[in-house]
Ligand binder design. Sequence first.
Ligand SMILES: C[S@@+](CC[C@H](N)C(=O)[O-])C[C@H]1O[C@@H](n2cnc3c(N)ncnc32)[C@H](O)[C@@H]1O
Length: 830
Amino acid sequence: MPKKRVRKSSKQDDVVPHSSKWKKSKKSPVNPVEEELQVSLLPSRRKKAKQSSVNSDDACFVGEPIPADEAQKKWPHRYTKNDESSEDESLKAKFHYREAKVDGILYKLEDNAYVKGEEGKEDYIATIVEMFETPEEEQYFTAQWFYRAEDTVIKDHGNLVDKKRIFKSDVKDENPLDCLVRKINIVQISPDAAKKKKIPPCDFYFDMKYNVPYLTFSNIDNESETSTLSSESGSNVRATDKKGVKEKSTQIKESNRPEWTLLDLYSGCGAMSTGLCFGASISGIKLVTKWAVDINKYACESLKLNHPETYVRNEPTEDFLSLLKEWAKLCDEFVLNGAESTDSDLNAAEEAEEKADDEAMDDSPDSEVFEVERLLSICYGDPNEDEKPGLYFKVHWKGYDSSYDTWEPIEGLSECKDAMKDFVINGYKEKILPLPGQADFICGGPPCQGVSGFNRFRNKNAPLEDEKNKQLIVYMNIIDFLKPKYVLMENVVDILKFAGGFLGRYAVGRLVAMNYQARMGMMAAGSYGLPQFRMRVFLWGALATEKLPSYPLPTHKVVSRSVIPTEFEEITVAYSTNENCQLAKALNLEGAINDLPPVENDDSDDERSYGTTPRTDFQKYIRLQRSEMVNYSADSQSAPSGMLYDHRPLKLNTDDYERVCHIPKKKGANFRDLKGVLVKENKVEWDPSVERVYLKSGKPLVPDYAMTFVRGTSSKPFGRLWWDEIVSTVVTRAEPHNQVLLHPEQDRVLSIRENARLQGFPDCYKLCGPVKQRYMQVGNAVAVPVALALGYTLGLAILGLSDDSPLTTLPFKYPSCLARSLDVVDDGSS
Ligand SMILES: C[S@@+](CC[C@H](N)C(=O)[O-])C[C@H]1O[C@@H](n2cnc3c(N)ncnc32)[C@H](O)[C@@H]1O
């Protein structure tokens, strides 16, 4: 038997007779991870085969050709002649067929089949959508490919996904007929069947499609697309889904905006959820941050101050997840299942308890008796710091004031079922914690410090075993437990750079394995109206019952400076270069902060009056009071009119302050402008002709660390920002020794408020904690307008108003969109 042809291999030119041809073809899932982004984005530049294709005895068409008029109607590009200028390089056909026989197996159009893979690798999977003979009598079929999980962005984490689950693609290309190996049974299943793991007997099944743009896994809801495929439940499933979305959107409009609940994990001071809720509100959806979790107590205080409506939990997410599981059991026991049935037990227990108490009192007349009056709160962890982690309740004791409240382990409260029952019933009613299905949306950026370039001990071989990356697993486990309708994960671009994007791929793999639709995009803060280049990765997830949200296209013209791994560069959210779009001019430092009153290095007022008027639209709208903003509810806190918060800088020590006073007030100024420093070929050296200058304290004006920073090549130490600039990122530490953060015209670092402006926080967002902690909260934040834009596209998805496109144009700009009275229209402000 002649050797089977291998479908395509760019690496195996010697094995593949048509290597020159296949190498040019970009449209195949072969070696897809390396090529995936070019795969179907680029037009096929395939040249005509040089050698003749097959006409082996083992592969031939069967039956009469399809009548010419029918074939020409269905595949017109196969029958038109290419003129010189035409970009159409498709193979031409003499005849089309409905059936072919390869190695004795009869294949029909729309059959699914294995297609010969590379030597030693698994065969590819495709649907045969066309069979034709070229004028040169070569025999071809067109394959519409399916991806295995490992052929998608998920790559090395393919093991997370069921082996039999594959993903339909729109990618099609032509292959020699004798690449067909054997027929296979592929069934389309409904998302519901996938969830319930009700899979009919088959070789493979699929419930989603995979599209390379924005690495998108999404529902298959195009009727015509699947009508040709063998399917267990077929188009009925899709019809119901569509109807579901439609019904929901009408319902929402009619029922006076029901509340959508958001759980903000790793919430920090709440910038991300604040932005998301603003954006959702603009779209017409009432999204409320019902719960937030962060390990940093000051960040929690800030969030609570600005969002009194939120249950803010200051604890590690690991403990939060354990608590959620315990809470679900308690609700089961006291509310959902056993409430009634335990009544008599409870009475009996009560009597026993009272009797025991009486006896105890009789036995020891002098002993102090503590009686539980009520339970105040619940946590999982080690609140007494005695290394006994577990489930605890905070107890208020009868006859004692709240200074005597203590955390008691659940085991010690077995006699207090009534108090526990009251607490659980109330907590259940108030939703102090989400039960599975109760959080509609989870957002958050699990810290992955193990990927940071600053971390010298990065574990490249097993990034998930690094304790510093563990939060990604915890985050996904919380999603798995709570099963929200929507998920938005934010992270640093490093998760796509480090170890070939291992962690980013893992995140997608986990979502898809949990039957979420998913897509990934990168967004730059400056593109949404801020003077900041910061770039972040955002991963959407949506249950199969929901519409997958899109990414909001930029509103402002800012060229991103972030170095993006080439493999992922196509997921940067941007207009394509040839698109004619009206982007607003980028905002610079001047437009963002030059209305703020001058402050001194040692100013320590947390509140002051503006004493100035806004000079730009940005400044006008960023000053809005809470009550003037969209999404305002009466219980939201509002800054007293005219007060400016957190406009104070980190106080530099006397030496640094003296140094900063010597830095000229001009563009590009830094320590290199100080006396005694020479710059040669962008490297600093001491000027031998100048005696070293000393400060009042006796320390040198130019510190050694500035001269040696990045081997003398950095101009960052004591760098001054200038009015026309855009900052690379807003930092978490206001440290002038190795960062450019001096005010253009004042001898100090940018104040907390100035940094907050660069992150898009409205001025009324007041922060808590020591100065350094407030800088940290601001630097850690997701830029508010970026989150807002995503909240808007989420709202569109909830309303069923988004189509399949991964991108949406925004009808507003930040921050004018914050204004309550403003209609959702572009007022042209920038
Ligand atoms: C990048 S910040 C989040 C910023 C936030 N999304 C915002 O927009 O303001 C990451 C947060 O994770 C918190 N964090 C780190 N480890 C944690 C853990 N194990 N459990 C809970 N929070 C944690 C940090 O305190 C920090 O506030």
